[in-house]
Design a binder for this molecule. Structure first.
Ligand SMILES: Cc1cc2nc3c(=O)[nH]c(=O)nc-3n(C[C@H](O)[C@H](O)[C@H](O)COP(=O)(O)OP(=O)(O)OC[C@H]3O[C@@H](n4cnc5c(N)ncnc54)[C@H](O)[C@@H]3O)c2cc1C
Length: 466
């Protein structure tokens, strides 16, 4: 890197050249990581980021290369993490974009409010949630995160801070825009009221993929939250067997079933989590082989009740079981892993069946595979969810022939009118993108006008020519 192309590290004592990677730990690249503590410092970092540009980063939970920027600047926004105001009567919160959903839960649950949408980890920031327009188990009822954003403040390439409201082109480009319209500084969110910090959960098993789809189609509308863990190593008649977990926030009366002196009855709105030790960082080939994952999947399926109703669970157990194991991504070893998530619309079930069959036949050792039905889409131009079926799975990156195999799946997804999720992606071919995201040209045009010098850029943006 020559001195005149490098971002200006000298002015910021908190800036350091570092290796940056996504949660899947594939494709690490070096960048100048700047950690602004004020909005003014964020503006200076954007102004000084040099010809390789800059990109905002939250907690780095995007699996691929969305929040990294080889040779340029990465703005780590997690020091801007204040909760400014909670309207307890009206159910809204104004906070910095660097605040995590974990922190929001700590603040909001005791007040009887919950975040409107949570992904499978609460260690994401509000900025990352808007940047990827994340979805949760309630997508079929509540849509994606941006549906609950009442307003946001965006630092754009010209150094201005704009207040951006839903229903405007800039909002629709920013919700799901992967940080490429600017740096989100604050957001006002509409919240979900809750009576307790527990969930009332129904569990059931599905014998195969068709049984699973039939159950989801027939009864998902009865549940606010719904997801299915699917065994992608099961073959033959068991292909696509699954465990459905669905539920809603438990009302106060539901706690009557617990002993009178239990902590949950005494403090029904207390937010409780648990944490196990982190796995070591020196697992050479990772722990996950077909045999270990096959065994795990078999046990997981058998251990699930054939049917159970109204079981009370902590919020953290229901939504974020993996958060109990810090750095669980290390179990894949140093080579890391790929998350593959796609959606195909209703009426395209045959494509879903075919892909599930191909993954099962390929014997991909995947133990974190989930299937969900999406509801109505939100207007974000690069927002991922559309009504239909979404499957997400993890695969060790070192699996022989993986790249070619996933390229074939991408084509099948695109042929079926579906798309892959950019927040999980690290390898999609750029030529498939326009078919998957029909508003891509609008997105590019808005960026060209808003940021003519291309200040905001990431490895993902370069790879896919966003
Ligand atoms: C275990 C696990 C489970 C997950 N489950 C789900 C799920 O169920 N549903 C789902 O939708 N996603 C899921 N994800 C993905 C995750 O929710 C998204 O990748 C989210 O964007 C991560 O937020 P982050 O704060 O870590 O952002 P990062 O990963 O740091 O960044 C993600 C994107 O947001 C942008 N961004 C971050 N902060 C800002 C900001 N202040 N201003 C502008 N842009 C910004 C970045 O530039 C980048 O493009 C999961 C991830 C993990 C690790």
């Amino acid at each position: 890197m020559s001195a005149d192309t490098a971002p200006d590290a000298a002015r910021d004592p908190d800036a350091d050249w570092d290796t940056v990677t996504g949660w899947g730990r594939t494709a690490p690249t070096g960048a100048l990581v700047v950690r602004p503590r004020t909005y003014e410092e964020a503006a200076v970092a954007v102004r000084d980021c040099g010809v390789r540009g800059g990109i905002a980063r939250g907690l780095g939970r995007a699996y691929g290369d969305a929040a990294q920027n080889a040779g340029g600047a990465v703005l780590d926004m997690t020091a801007l993490d204040r909760v400014h105001a909670v309207d307890v009567a009206g159910g809204t919160v104004l906070c910095d974009a660097g605040v995590s959903l974990h922190r929001l839960m700590e603040v909001l649950l005791p007040l009887g409010w919950f975040v409107p949408v949570t992904p499978g980890t609460r260690y994401v920031t509000v900025g990352g949630a808007i940047g990827a327009d994340i979805h949760g188990k309630n997508h079929h009822v509540s849509g994606s995160f941006s549906r609950h954003v009442l307003s946001l403040e965006l630092l754009t390439a010209d150094g201005r801070v704009r207040t951006v409201a839903p229903g405007t082109p800039l909002f629709d480009a920013t919700a799901g825009g992967m940080g490429l319209t600017g740096v989100i500084l604050t957001a006002t969110l509409r919240l979900q009221p809750v009576g307790t910090a527990l969930m009332s959960v129904d569990t059931e098993r599905a014998a195969d993929l068709d049984d699973l789809m039939a159950r989801l189609t027939a009864t998902d509308h009865r549940y606010r939250y719904s997801v299915a863990w699917i065994d992608l190593l099961a073959r033959g008649r068991a292909t696509g067997r699954a465990v459905l977990t669905r539920g809603d926030h438990a009302p106060l009366e539901a706690l009557d079933a617990l002993p009178a002196r239990s902590r949950a009855r005494r403090e029904p709105l207390a937010f409780r989590t648990s944490r196990l030790p982190a796995p070591p960082d020196f697992l050479p080939g990772g722990l996950l082989s077909r045999t270990t994952v096959g065994l795990f999947n078999e046990l997981w399926y058998r251990k699930a009740p054939r049917e159970s109703r109204g079981r009370l669970q902590r919020i953290s157990t229901f939504f974020h079981p993996l958060d109990g194991v810090p750095h669980w991504n290390r179990v894949y070893g140093r080579g890391g892993f790929v998350q593959y998530q796609f959606v195909v619309g209703h009426g395209r079930e045959e494509a879903l069946r075919s892909i599930v069959r191909r993954i099962s036949e390929r014997r991909c050792p995947s133990f974190l595979a989930v299937l969900k039905r999406f509801g109505e889409a939100d207007p974000g131009w690069l927002s991922f969810p559309v009504p239909g079926w979404t499957l997400a799975l993890d695969i060790p990156a070192g699996l022989p022939g993986l790249g070619a195999f996933l390229d074939e799946l991408d084509e099948e997804v695109a042929d079926a009118g579906g798309r892959v999720y950019l927040a999980k992606d690290s390898r999609l071919r750029p030529d498939l993108l326009a078919a998957m995201y029909p508003r891509l040209d609008d997105f590019r045009a808005l960026r060209a006008e808003l940021d003519p010098r291309g200040v905001f850029v990431s490895d993902l943006a370069r790879r896919l020519a966003l």
